[in-house]
Design a protein around this ligand. Structure first.
Ligand SMILES: Nc1nc2c(c(=O)[nH]1)N[C@H]1C(S)=C(S)[C@@H](COP(=O)(O)O)O[C@H]1N2
Ligand SMILES: [Mo]
Length: 217
Protein backbone atom coordinates (compact mmCIF):
# COMPACT_ATOMS: atom_id res chain seq x y z
CA UNK A 1 0.00 0.00 0.00
CA UNK A 2 1.33 3.45 -0.85
CA UNK A 3 2.17 5.39 2.28
CA UNK A 4 3.28 8.70 0.80
CA UNK A 5 0.82 11.55 1.22
CA UNK A 6 -2.25 11.60 -0.99
CA UNK A 7 -2.51 14.55 -3.36
CA UNK A 8 -5.37 16.12 -1.43
CA UNK A 9 -4.48 19.64 -2.49
CA UNK A 10 -4.98 18.97 -6.18
CA UNK A 11 -7.31 21.15 -8.20
CA UNK A 12 -9.79 18.26 -8.50
CA UNK A 13 -9.89 17.75 -4.75
CA UNK A 14 -10.33 21.44 -4.05
CA UNK A 15 -13.15 21.66 -6.59
CA UNK A 16 -14.93 18.67 -5.08
CA UNK A 17 -14.52 20.09 -1.57
CA UNK A 18 -16.10 23.31 -2.77
CA UNK A 19 -19.00 21.38 -4.31
CA UNK A 20 -19.49 19.58 -1.01
CA UNK A 21 -19.61 22.92 0.80
CA UNK A 22 -22.08 24.38 -1.67
CA UNK A 23 -24.27 21.27 -1.83
CA UNK A 24 -23.78 21.16 -5.61
CA UNK A 25 -25.95 18.73 -7.61
CA UNK A 26 -28.59 18.27 -4.91
CA UNK A 27 -31.90 18.51 -6.72
CA UNK A 28 -34.29 17.27 -4.06
CA UNK A 29 -36.26 15.50 -6.81
CA UNK A 30 -38.47 12.68 -5.60
CA UNK A 31 -37.94 9.09 -6.67
CA UNK A 32 -40.60 7.55 -8.88
CA UNK A 33 -41.44 3.97 -7.99
CA UNK A 34 -40.15 2.45 -11.23
CA UNK A 35 -37.40 4.90 -12.11
CA UNK A 36 -34.00 3.57 -12.91
CA UNK A 37 -32.09 6.85 -12.95
CA UNK A 38 -31.54 8.34 -9.46
CA UNK A 39 -32.38 12.02 -8.90
CA UNK A 40 -29.89 14.54 -10.27
CA UNK A 41 -28.15 11.96 -12.50
CA UNK A 42 -27.75 11.84 -16.30
CA UNK A 43 -26.92 8.87 -18.49
CA UNK A 44 -23.58 8.37 -20.24
CA UNK A 45 -22.55 5.66 -22.67
CA UNK A 46 -18.78 5.78 -22.30
CA UNK A 47 -17.24 4.95 -18.96
CA UNK A 48 -15.50 7.99 -17.44
CA UNK A 49 -12.31 7.60 -15.38
CA UNK A 50 -12.27 9.18 -11.91
CA UNK A 51 -9.38 8.96 -9.49
CA UNK A 52 -6.61 11.00 -7.87
CA UNK A 53 -4.56 10.87 -11.08
CA UNK A 54 -2.30 8.16 -9.71
CA UNK A 55 -3.04 4.87 -11.38
CA UNK A 56 -0.84 2.22 -9.76
CA UNK A 57 0.53 -0.47 -12.03
CA UNK A 58 -0.33 -3.64 -10.09
CA UNK A 59 0.45 -6.90 -11.87
CA UNK A 60 -1.44 -10.02 -10.84
CA UNK A 61 1.96 -11.40 -9.65
CA UNK A 62 2.26 -8.60 -7.10
CA UNK A 63 -1.43 -8.21 -6.24
CA UNK A 64 -2.56 -9.22 -2.76
CA UNK A 65 -5.92 -8.69 -1.10
CA UNK A 66 -5.73 -8.54 2.69
CA UNK A 67 -8.88 -8.96 4.77
CA UNK A 68 -8.41 -8.14 8.43
CA UNK A 69 -9.86 -6.46 11.51
CA UNK A 70 -12.88 -7.92 13.30
CA UNK A 71 -12.76 -11.32 11.60
CA UNK A 72 -12.13 -14.82 12.95
CA UNK A 73 -9.85 -15.81 10.05
CA UNK A 74 -7.85 -12.94 8.51
CA UNK A 75 -6.45 -13.73 5.05
CA UNK A 76 -4.07 -12.37 2.47
CA UNK A 77 -5.10 -13.70 -0.94
CA UNK A 78 -2.75 -13.80 -3.89
CA UNK A 79 -4.15 -13.87 -7.41
CA UNK A 80 -4.33 -17.66 -7.67
CA UNK A 81 -6.08 -17.96 -4.29
CA UNK A 82 -8.54 -15.27 -5.40
CA UNK A 83 -9.18 -17.10 -8.68
CA UNK A 84 -9.69 -20.38 -6.81
CA UNK A 85 -12.70 -18.88 -4.99
CA UNK A 86 -16.17 -19.27 -6.52
CA UNK A 87 -16.47 -16.75 -9.37
CA UNK A 88 -19.71 -14.94 -10.12
CA UNK A 89 -21.16 -12.60 -12.73
CA UNK A 90 -23.34 -9.59 -12.04
CA UNK A 91 -24.97 -6.92 -14.21
CA UNK A 92 -25.48 -3.52 -12.60
CA UNK A 93 -25.69 0.24 -13.09
CA UNK A 94 -23.03 2.74 -12.02
CA UNK A 95 -24.01 6.02 -10.34
CA UNK A 96 -21.21 8.55 -9.82
CA UNK A 97 -21.67 11.46 -7.43
CA UNK A 98 -20.44 13.82 -10.20
CA UNK A 99 -23.89 13.05 -11.78
CA UNK A 100 -23.14 10.49 -14.49
CA UNK A 101 -24.74 7.06 -14.49
CA UNK A 102 -23.98 4.13 -16.77
CA UNK A 103 -26.38 1.22 -17.22
CA UNK A 104 -25.79 -2.50 -17.75
CA UNK A 105 -22.21 -3.09 -16.70
CA UNK A 106 -21.32 -6.78 -16.79
CA UNK A 107 -18.90 -7.73 -14.06
CA UNK A 108 -17.13 -10.97 -13.23
CA UNK A 109 -15.26 -11.65 -10.01
CA UNK A 110 -15.79 -12.78 -6.44
CA UNK A 111 -18.90 -11.81 -4.48
CA UNK A 112 -18.21 -9.89 -1.28
CA UNK A 113 -20.38 -12.49 0.50
CA UNK A 114 -17.96 -15.21 -0.57
CA UNK A 115 -15.11 -13.25 1.02
CA UNK A 116 -17.09 -12.66 4.21
CA UNK A 117 -17.86 -16.39 4.47
CA UNK A 118 -14.13 -17.04 4.17
CA UNK A 119 -13.03 -14.69 6.97
CA UNK A 120 -16.04 -15.03 9.31
CA UNK A 121 -16.81 -11.50 10.62
CA UNK A 122 -17.11 -11.19 14.38
CA UNK A 123 -20.44 -10.13 15.86
CA UNK A 124 -19.06 -6.63 16.65
CA UNK A 125 -18.11 -5.95 12.99
CA UNK A 126 -20.42 -3.26 11.58
CA UNK A 127 -18.34 -1.13 9.17
CA UNK A 128 -15.78 -1.68 6.44
CA UNK A 129 -12.87 0.42 5.24
CA UNK A 130 -11.60 -0.30 1.72
CA UNK A 131 -7.99 0.37 0.76
CA UNK A 132 -6.53 0.87 -2.71
CA UNK A 133 -2.95 0.49 -3.95
CA UNK A 134 -2.93 4.25 -4.62
CA UNK A 135 -3.49 4.95 -0.90
CA UNK A 136 -7.19 5.68 -1.42
CA UNK A 137 -9.70 4.68 1.25
CA UNK A 138 -13.48 4.62 1.45
CA UNK A 139 -15.89 3.45 4.14
CA UNK A 140 -19.23 1.66 4.01
CA UNK A 141 -21.53 -0.07 6.49
CA UNK A 142 -20.93 -3.83 6.53
CA UNK A 143 -24.54 -4.44 5.43
CA UNK A 144 -23.90 -2.45 2.22
CA UNK A 145 -20.60 -4.21 1.58
CA UNK A 146 -22.42 -7.53 1.94
CA UNK A 147 -25.12 -6.67 -0.63
CA UNK A 148 -26.06 -9.53 -2.90
CA UNK A 149 -24.78 -7.78 -6.04
CA UNK A 150 -21.52 -6.41 -4.55
CA UNK A 151 -18.31 -8.00 -5.79
CA UNK A 152 -14.59 -7.68 -6.27
CA UNK A 153 -14.59 -7.40 -10.04
CA UNK A 154 -11.74 -8.47 -12.33
CA UNK A 155 -13.67 -8.32 -15.60
CA UNK A 156 -15.93 -5.75 -17.24
CA UNK A 157 -17.91 -6.59 -20.39
CA UNK A 158 -16.05 -9.90 -20.68
CA UNK A 159 -12.54 -8.39 -20.63
CA UNK A 160 -9.97 -7.95 -17.86
CA UNK A 161 -10.55 -4.71 -15.99
CA UNK A 162 -8.16 -2.10 -17.37
CA UNK A 163 -5.61 -0.35 -15.19
CA UNK A 164 -7.41 3.01 -15.43
CA UNK A 165 -10.59 1.44 -14.05
CA UNK A 166 -8.79 -0.27 -11.17
CA UNK A 167 -7.45 -3.49 -12.66
CA UNK A 168 -6.52 -6.11 -11.83
CA UNK A 169 -9.42 -5.94 -9.35
CA UNK A 170 -11.74 -3.38 -7.80
CA UNK A 171 -14.76 -3.26 -5.56
CA UNK A 172 -18.21 -2.73 -7.09
CA UNK A 173 -21.12 -1.82 -4.77
CA UNK A 174 -23.79 -0.89 -7.31
CA UNK A 175 -26.39 0.56 -4.95
CA UNK A 176 -24.03 3.25 -3.56
CA UNK A 177 -22.31 6.15 -5.33
CA UNK A 178 -19.28 4.84 -7.16
CA UNK A 179 -16.65 6.63 -5.05
CA UNK A 180 -17.23 3.89 -2.46
CA UNK A 181 -16.05 1.25 -4.94
CA UNK A 182 -12.28 1.26 -4.39
CA UNK A 183 -10.15 0.63 -7.48
CA UNK A 184 -6.84 -1.35 -7.29
CA UNK A 185 -8.20 -2.88 -4.12
CA UNK A 186 -5.54 -4.00 -1.66
CA UNK A 187 -7.33 -4.26 1.67
CA UNK A 188 -10.69 -4.82 3.34
CA UNK A 189 -10.78 -3.90 7.01
CA UNK A 190 -13.75 -4.73 9.27
CA UNK A 191 -14.39 -2.36 12.15
CA UNK A 192 -16.83 -1.89 15.02
CA UNK A 193 -17.21 1.86 14.43
CA UNK A 194 -17.35 3.88 11.23
CA UNK A 195 -14.09 5.49 10.08
CA UNK A 196 -14.39 8.05 7.23
CA UNK A 197 -12.28 7.46 4.11
CA UNK A 198 -10.61 9.89 1.72
CA UNK A 199 -13.66 11.64 0.24
CA UNK A 200 -15.70 11.22 3.41
CA UNK A 201 -13.10 13.28 5.30
CA UNK A 202 -13.45 15.85 2.50
CA UNK A 203 -17.18 16.41 3.00
CA UNK A 204 -18.78 13.43 1.26
CA UNK A 205 -21.46 11.25 2.78
CA UNK A 206 -20.67 8.33 5.07
CA UNK A 207 -23.12 6.05 3.25
CA UNK A 208 -23.75 7.54 -0.22
CA UNK A 209 -27.13 6.18 -1.34
CA UNK A 210 -27.89 7.71 -4.81
CA UNK A 211 -31.65 7.27 -4.35
CA UNK A 212 -31.53 9.40 -1.21
CA UNK A 213 -29.03 11.80 -2.82
CA UNK A 214 -26.60 11.19 0.02
CA UNK A 215 -23.87 13.15 -1.73
CA UNK A 216 -22.46 15.26 1.08
CA UNK A 217 -22.32 14.99 4.85
N1 LIG B 1 -8.30 3.33 -5.34
C1 LIG B 1 -9.16 4.27 -5.77
N2 LIG B 1 -10.44 3.92 -5.95
C2 LIG B 1 -11.33 4.83 -6.38
C3 LIG B 1 -10.95 6.16 -6.63
C4 LIG B 1 -9.59 6.51 -6.42
O1 LIG B 1 -9.16 7.65 -6.61
N3 LIG B 1 -8.73 5.53 -6.01
N4 LIG B 1 -11.90 7.07 -7.06
C5 LIG B 1 -13.30 6.76 -6.74
C6 LIG B 1 -14.22 7.62 -7.43
S1 LIG B 1 -14.38 9.21 -6.85
C7 LIG B 1 -15.02 7.14 -8.44
S2 LIG B 1 -16.26 8.08 -9.11
C8 LIG B 1 -14.80 5.80 -9.03
C9 LIG B 1 -14.48 5.93 -10.50
O2 LIG B 1 -14.22 4.68 -11.08
P1 LIG B 1 -13.88 4.67 -12.64
O3 LIG B 1 -12.66 5.52 -12.86
O4 LIG B 1 -13.66 3.25 -13.00
O5 LIG B 1 -15.08 5.26 -13.32
O6 LIG B 1 -13.73 5.11 -8.41
C10 LIG B 1 -13.64 5.31 -7.03
N5 LIG B 1 -12.62 4.43 -6.54
MO1 LIG C 1 -16.23 10.14 -7.91
Amino acid sequence: MADDALPDDTKLTRTKQRWANEGKFITGAARGADERLPPGQHLVRDWPVRDLERQPDVSTDRWRLTIKGLVARPVSLDWSAFMALPQTERRSDIHCVTTWSRYDNDWAGVATRTLLDLVEPRDEAAFVVLHGYDGYTSNVPLADFAAEDALIAREWQGKPLTREHGGPARLVIPHLYFWKSAKWISGIELLGADRPGFWEVNGYHRRGDPWEEERYS
